[in-house]
Design a protein around this ligand. Structure first.
Ligand SMILES: [Zn+2]
Length: 258
């Protein structure tokens, strides 16, 4: 099996404990991780449903209810704003319940949109809500599109990224965050890494793997974002996190592309 992103050869990699029949590969070259065969939507929704039920009774399934808190959102917006031409026409792709879009409004962004295929429209004030990127009006383009911890969940990332590229303004940027297969947690934990044990993570990337995927999808310019994001409140752990972020070995990749 060849790497889906950089086409180099791969090794076998452990299946997630909650989906033992879904064997994975890991690229020898770019360290990306994927499934040997992409699970069907019906199989995936079973996994999401099980996780959702588990999360009500224990912490076990809490990968199903991920959301972005205000402090992380504000940090990400601050980072991305350095690259925005105008504080308007932002899209959150994979918006969940709309937490990040609410922070866009709070940070003074004009004309905010969200794409979220699951769940009902939360009817948030001043936010254009779409079930799919195909439903965004043709004349609407964006200065910044955010994909925060979303790309690892997509079964068809190339197809979605092509559509996203098509909705960017000439000088607009796509901002992606996703777990890092070359981050310190991945290195220290090996096949026990929490992110690869999460069965809803279809693909996991290193910076070079994510760059290969973006180029394949038509993106020409790719930047690894420096600067730090506040994930934790505790002083010591946030200092440690800042250091690993500066060394670019922290758990998360942050990339801009157009
Ligand atoms: Zn690869």
């Amino acid at each position: 099996m060849l790497c889906r992103f950089c086409s180099c050869s791969t090794d076998n990699y452990k299946a997630p404990p909650d989906a033992p029949n879904w064997p994975r590969w890991r690229c020898k070259e770019c360290s990306s991780i994927g499934y040997r065969s992409i699970p069907k939507e019906s199989e995936l929704s079973e996994i999401y449903q099980k996780a959702w039920n588990d999360s009500k009774t224990s912490r076990k399934g809490n990968f199903a209810s991920g959301s972005t808190d205000d402090k992380i959102s504000d940090s990400l917006i601050k980072l991305a704003l350095k690259y925005a031409i105008e504080k308007s026409n932002f899209l959150d792709y994979g918006a969940g319940k709309g937490n990040l879009t609410k922070r866009f409004i709070h940070n003074g962004i004009k004309n905010v949109s969200a794409v979220e295929p699951f769940g009902p429209n939360p009817n948030l004030q001043n936010i254009n809500w779409y079930k799919s990127i195909d439903l965004v009006p043709d004349e609407q383009n964006f200065n910044l599109i955010f994909m925060i911890e979303v790309i690892e969940h997509l079964t068809d990332p190339v197809e979605q990224l092509k559509k996203i590229l098509n909705k960017l303004n000439h000088d607009g940027w796509l901002f992606i965050t996703t777990p890092n297969t070359r981050g310190i947690n991945a290195i220290l934990n090996g096949e026990k890494w929490k992110e690869s044990n999460n069965p809803t993570h279809i693909n996991l990337f290193s910076y070079s793997g994510l760059s290969a995927l973006l180029r394949k999808s038509g993106f020409k310019e790719i930047i690894r974002v420096r600067g730090t994001v506040n994930y934790k409140n505790s002083f010591l752990s946030s200092k440690f996190l800042s250091l690993t972020q500066l060394l670019q070995i922290d758990g998360g990749l942050r990339v801009l592309a157009r």
